[in-house]
Design a protein around this ligand. Structure first.
Ligand code: FES
Length: 86
């Protein structure tokens, strides 16, 4: 697998706890988006480990095109333009 699978075309709004470690799904195959469930095995992708700095609402990327993983950077907006996501 050379490209990640698009799990959704918008970010996931999640509440994260300060100091807690999370694993963001980078392959798009997890059934527990936006978090890793181990489905990346054999895909060549690895989850992104991160620790929340504050207890707050975060918008985590689900299109897997962000350059600021695990956060949405607006890259999903390409779907509203010309790219069909394949
Ligand atoms: S959901 Fe991927 S950049 Fe917004």
């Amino acid at each position: 697998m050379t490209k990640p699978t698009i799990a959704a075309r918008q970010p996931a709004e999640v509440t994260l706890e300060a100091g807690k470690t999370y694993f963001w799904c980078s392959c798009g195959l997890s059934l527990n988006q936006p978090f890793c469930d181990g489905a990346h095995a054999g895909s060549g992708f690895s989850p992104v480990r991160f620790t929340a700095q504050n207890t707050d609402t975060y918008y985590l990327c689900q299109c897997k095109l962000t350059d600021e993983s695990p956060l949405c950077d607006g890259a999903h907006k390409v779907f509203g333009q010309t790219w069909d996501g394949t």
